[in-house]
Write a protein that binds this ligand. Structure first.
Ligand SMILES: *[C@@H]1O[C@H](CO)[C@@H](O)[C@H](O)[C@H]1NC(C)=O
Ligand SMILES: *[C@@H]1O[C@H](CO)[C@@H](O)[C@H](O)[C@H]1NC(C)=O
Ligand SMILES: *[C@@H]1O[C@H](CO)[C@@H](O)[C@H](O)[C@H]1NC(C)=O
Length: 474
């Protein structure tokens, strides 16, 4: 055990280009340091890189959005918040734009997401496993058209273009008192002039929306502009819009909000040429890596171009019960992970080779691994461990493995390495070659037991997601 760990330490030091000899530690010295570290580990917060509980940022009886705010740690070069959106059947997240860009991942249910790209309004149908990018400042809405199906979305919220007012800022453009329209701040005379409508028409418009940012749109609910919008077929919706653009305005009173946002005012002709990006389904991709112990898939800008604009990558890992992802380092990006299913253990090590975190995680937990930090994820023995996440680079991630058949140590196998560990080359070879598997390894001894007894500690997010977090059952 001690030897393995000092190997890890050594490899880490190698990663940082220090000399081999400084990394060498005799067994006793190692043990002593290890004990000190463990004591320190007890004193400091265990869960340093486990992100805090989510907090609601929008909540109505039609749905809610909760957000896990990024850790305020200097070593994280690009903070992302993680959002969880839950929408009841037949509900709408009303049109708005944010000061942050989003990458949506549909966890369960189906969505229609309307979004503006370069003055084009497009609507996309998203299914389980679909990933979709919404740029900062783009007006969008999310509709759950399902009659009996809740919609659950996990999203990254990249605040790098934000105004740093709280977690993120929504600008609601549909008029109303709740949420308050961004237009409500202007004086009635200004708006009356700007829209060339009477003040009374304007008031009618701006007072409409009272039901909060997520509204029911089922026919059984009081009809509203949102209900009407939701009930149209996409084509009819576009036709309706086209009529407005071309000045056939018989229904312009109902539809004036389209005009309001200036969506189609410029470049009217381009509306129906749909060149905007489509969604990308992460479950349709065959895994980049697969063996008996699990699989992993990573999506970068070469797979899905919008990731380039957002500078974000996506990955999904499924470990069988009792397996582990071999200790590795992301030299290019910070990684955010969200546990989708099962329980497991995350170990993270500082670049100087001391333990940063060793924590059990369960569904809904969000963890963050800074760039250059070595870490591994271990599935508990009782169930598969599935996690999904975002990385802060849209380039190929190229993790460096520190153990296993494809580890860095194989590349570094030299007499100097053996000398650094104070062993013969032969012993070195046997040590390095002992693990036949790569990337995902069997790990009965490191795997935590199942955590049935912890089932009462289900976090709020998961409760709100219902008891049916398990993928693919519909
Ligand atoms: C304002 O609306 C009136 C008709 O209601 C129209 O005659 C006029 O041209 C419009 N003005 C502008 C600037 O669009
Ligand atoms: C993950 O693997 C388990 C078996 O280990 C399987 O039952 C489950 O369906 C897999 N999840 C996905 C999303 O493929
Ligand atoms: C290792 O680095 C961490 C974080 O920078 C620091 O808190 C810790 O004290 C360091 N430990 C040693 C033994 O240098």
């Amino acid at each position: 055990m001690g030897k393995e760990l000092s190997f890890l330490l050594l490899a880490l030091v190698l990663c940082h280009g220090l000399t081999l000899t400084t990394a060498y530690k005799g067994d006793k010295q190692w043990r002593k340091e290890r004990e000190t570290v463990e004591e320190e580990g007890d004193r400091r917060t265990e869960d340093r890189f486990l992100m805090p509980r989510s907090r609601p940022v929008m909540r109505t009886d039609a749905g809610e959005m909760r957000v896990v705010r990024s850790l305020r740690v200097r070593i994280i070069e690009k903070p992302l918040h993680i959002g969880f959106i839950t929408m009841e059947p037949q509900s709408l997240l009303i049109p708005q734009y944010l000061d942050s860009s989003l990458i949506l991942f549909v966890r369960r249910g189906e969505a229609r997401v309307g979004c503006i790209y370069n003055d084009e309004m497009v609507e996309r149908r998203l299914k389980i496993g679909d990933v979709y990018h919404i740029p900062a400042g783009s007006t969008f809405y999310i509709l759950n058209p399902g009659e009996g199906q809740r919609l659950q979305i996990i999203c990254s919220i990249d605040p790098s273009e934000s105004m740093n007012l709280g977690t993120f800022q929504s600008f609601f453009i549909g008029g109303g008192t709740y949420p308050t329209s961004v237009l409500a701040g202007f004086s009635p005379e200004t708006l009356s002039t700007a829209f060339n409508v009477s003040v009374s028409r304007l008031k009618e418009f701006l007072m409409r929306q009272q039901d909060g940012p997520i509204v029911h749109v089922a026919p059984s609910h009081a009809p509203s502009i949102w209900t009407r919008l939701s009930q149209l077929q996409v084509e009819d919706r576009l036709k309706q819009v086209k009529r407005i653009v071309q000045g056939e305005v018989e229904q312009v009173k109902e539809w004036s909000w389209w005009n309001l946002f200036g969506m189609f005012s410029r470049n009217g002709g381009k509306i129906f040429k749909d060149k905007a990006p489509h969604s990308y389904n992460i479950y349709k991709r065959s895994p980049d890596f697969r063996n008996d112990y699990g699989w992993s898939v990573a999506v970068d800008e070469s797979d899905y171009k919008p990731l380039k604009d957002s500078g974000t990558g996506i990955y999904l890992v499924n470990l069988t019960a009792g397996s582990m992802m071999a200790p590795h380092v992301n030299p290019r990006a910070t990684e955010y992970g969200i546990v989708l299913r099962g329980t497991g253990r995350i170990q993270i090590v500082f670049p100087n080779g001391t333990l940063a975190m060793d924590t059990k995680v369960k569904e809904g937990d969000v963890f963050c691994v800074p760039r250059y930090f070595a870490f591994c994820q271990i599935a508990s023995r009782s169930s598969p461990f599935e996690f999904f996440g975002f990385t802060t680079s849209s380039h190929k991630n190229m993790p460096q493995f520190l153990a296993g058949a494809n580890s860095l140590l194989h590349a570094l196998r030299t007499p100097e390495l053996a000398a650094a560990f104070g062993v013969t080359e032969e012993r070195m070879r046997r040590f390095i070659d002992a693990q036949n598997e790569a990337v995902i390894l069997p790990s009965a001894s490191a795997a935590p037991a199942g955590d049935e007894e912890e089932s009462e500690a289900v976090p709020e997010v998961i409760k709100s997601f219902g008891n049916d977090m398990i993928m693919g059952s519909d």
